[in-house]
Design a protein around this ligand. Structure first.
Ligand code: CUA
Ligand code: CA
Length: 648
């Protein structure tokens, strides 16, 4: 123990391969103590690890675990990436446990990690000329990952902000947002989906585009013209380059966009439309018996863009093509195809075999099944009426919204009004539509609690749909949890869909208000535990580089953290200085994160191993300010401080 606590720690404790805890105790919590000659923290740690009589050791588990339970020390089979709604973040859950693992700040500010506080995060979020954040609110709805060969590749995922029409990208190795784009000339950016391959170039068998549907129509440009004349409002569908995060093109449409889906062959993108009426008032939006599912012919749109058959709107340079009905009457040249769907549909999802789109009625108790090949046939001039692409329209229940698929040809649709999930068979629905009276599309129903919005199956939006689980994200939890005041949590309910009958596995509570999620097999996700110093241009690579560097009123403070201390025990600035503080965490140990808070200056952020962040603030109050480590890191965490002295 005296010479090398790490080694000593491993030797004295019985090996328990399942518990990584000792590995961490032997490294992260003790790092730094070895050289300091401090045994006090060490003995406390050893005491903590020893199993006590009351708590059985991991070996002889006292509790029998159910088939779905993730036992202590075990890992979940799936990640669920779930939008946070108007909290503006994205959450990561483990499934089947339902344990919340992380909240990724995206459009919101986050006090813990310093998102919206550090200079690096503010640059991604976007600032006004005075340096303040352009927006501090956001509304995330749909999360979709990059694909390779029809399944998730673990590279990026994208999420929308409906409030300010922004698209964010999150890199999946660090689970952090790295880009945010504000779409030009649209409002109510709701549905989004990554493409799965290129429609023309067969060698591009991965995601290169992200499609974004605008739900609200506005005057174009929205600069004060056409304020009262709703007939002149229009919505657009936008294609963004998944790598550069720049808009490639936009399509002017009739009606609106809601959810978005993409085909497995890359040829079509789809959006359901609930407002073909182009209604400005609520009642107007329910006037038509038939709305639509709108298909975009990606290759033709890009050919039109290349040929310069475009306009631009306002100050935006993004090329806009005309996808309105009037301009696309000839199927053989059409960029868009409007397939009539009853009434105010919500949700469009493609089956894992790539053959069918399910578009639910919402105000009609039906799900419409649209055959992919028939839409392509219409674009080739071989199908007279777009409606003929509908090959089934089973009655499935009241308020149908979103559909997930298994790997056996079954669809699972959320029924908002019935508070149920209905399982229906696609081939049976097609036979029934063709007049086969013996075909029974609906296979099973299960109650959920209550009013489901989105629902999704494990790997269900890939060709590797595995038919194990359906997750129902419900809009009301009512009596399912302990009451916590007028604002209830939401319920997410996990349903086993592997057998003939659906089985409710459990409820877990979710903070308001998730909309959509993808359920991803854990082997697809490869995260990093340690950053690379070289990724950060400002990195303070050696504690010796620390110091206070003055340039007039602008002062740069460089410091490093290494448990249990900051490289500068104190630093001096003068009242009125604009201080930029750069902190690099030089610890290389997994899970050894430090925090940095500056009292009375509204600064708080964390730095994970080998990470660098910076903040800029005005030191406007003379005095002493104890900057301290906010993130528990070490037995001497409380002592880990640096004294900021602001001279009058
Ligand atoms: Cu460093 Cu707590
Ligand atoms: Ca309508």
């Amino acid at each position: 123990m005296t010479q090398n606590p790490t080694q000593d720690d491993t030797q004295t404790l019985a090996p328990q391969p399942d518990l990584g805890r000792r590995k961490f105790l032997g490294t992260s919590a003790l790092v730094g103590l070895s050289g300091a000659g401090l045994t006090l923290g060490l003995s406390a740690c050893n005491k903590e690890t020893a199993p006590t009589a009351a708590a059985p050791a991991a070996k002889g588990e006292a509790t029998a675990h159910g088939p779905y339970e993730v036992a202590p020390g075990k890992l979940d089979d799936y990640y669920s990436f779930s939008s946070g709604g108007h909290s503006g973040d994205v959450r990561i859950y483990g499934l089947p446990s339902g344990r919340q693992l992380k909240s990724i700040p995206v459009f919101n500010t986050d006090n813990l990690v310093g998102w919206g506080i550090t200079n690096e995060s503010r640059a991604i979020m976007g600032t006004k000329p005075d340096g303040s954040l352009k927006y501090s609110t956001g509304d995330t709805h749909h999360v979709h990952q990059t694909y390779t060969d029809g399944t998730y590749d673990g590279k990026y995922f994208y999420v929308n902000d409906k409030i300010h029409s922004r698209l964010a990208r999150i890199r999946m190795d660090t689970m952090e947002c790295d880009r945010i784009l504000e779409l030009p000339n649209v409002q109510g950016f709701h549905g989004t989906f990554t493409d799965k391959r290129d429609p023309v170039d067969a060698s591009i068998n991965h995601t290169t585009r992200v499609f974004c549907g605008a739900e609200f129509s506005t005057p174009l440009p929205n600069d004060g013209r056409d304020l009262e004349d709703g007939g002149k409002y229009r919505a657009m569908f936008t294609c963004v380059d998944s790598e550069s995060m720049e808009p490639r093109w936009q399509v002017l449409i009739d009606g609106n966009c809601d959810l978005v889906a993409t085909s497995y062959d890359g040829k079509l993108a789809a959006t359901n439309q609930y407002n073909v009426e182009n209604g400005v008032h609520y009642e107007d939006m329910m006037a038509a018996e038939m709305d639509a599912c709108l298909f975009f012919n990606v290759a033709r749109i890009e050919a039109a863009v290349k040929a310069g058959k475009t306009t631009t709107i306002g100050s935006s340079r993004v090329p806009v093509v005309d996808g309105t009905r009037a301009a696309n009457k000839d199927p053989k040249t059409a960029l868009t195809c409007y397939v009539p769907i009853p009434k105010n549909p919500h949700g469009v999802n493609i089956s894992p075999d790539g053959k069918y789109y399910a578009c639910s009625g919402k105000l009609s108790p039906t799900a419409s099944v649209i055959e992919h090949e028939l839409v392509l046939k219409w674009f080739d001039g071989g199908l007279e009426n777009p409606r003929d692409a509908v090959v089934a329209e089973p009655e499935i229940g009241l308020g149908p919204l979103h559909t997930g698929f298994d790997n056996k040809g079954n669809a699972y649709t959320t029924l908002f009004l019935d508070s149920q999930i209905v399982k229906w068979n696609v081939e049976a629905a097609i036979k029934s539509y063709q007049g086969d009276k013996s075909a029974k599309p609906v296979v099973d129903r299960i109650d959920v609690h209550y009013q489901p919005g989105h629902g999704f199956t494990s790997m269900g939006e890939t060709k590797e749909a595995d038919g194990r689980f359906f997750l129902s994200d419900n809009k009301f939890s009512k009596d399912r949890f302990l009451p916590v005041g007028p604002l209830h949590p939401e319920t997410a309910q996990l349903i086993d869909i592997s057998g003939d009958k659906m089985k409710l596995v459990h409820d877990h509570s979710v903070l308001s208000e998730p909309h959509d999620s993808i359920i991803v097999r854990r082997d697809i996700i490869k995260t990093r535990q340690i950053y690379d110093l070289d990724e950060f241009p400002l990195a303070v690579k050696d504690a010796k580089e620390s110091g206070v560097f003055r340039n007039g009123k602008k002062v740069t403070v460089k410091l490093t953290s290494q448990a249990p201390s900051f490289s500068l025990r104190e630093f001096k600035v003068k009242k009125g200085d604009e201080v930029t503080l750069i902190l690099t965490n030089l610890d290389k140990v997994e899970d050894l994160t430090h925090g940095f808070a500056i009292p009375k200056h509204d600064i708080n952020f964390i730095v994970s191993p080998q990470e660098t962040k910076s903040v800029t603030f005005i030191a406007d109050k003379p005095g002493v300010y104890w900057c301290y480590c906010t993130h528990f890191c070490h037995a001497l965490h409380l002592e880990m401080r640096s004294r900021m002295i602001v001279e009058a």
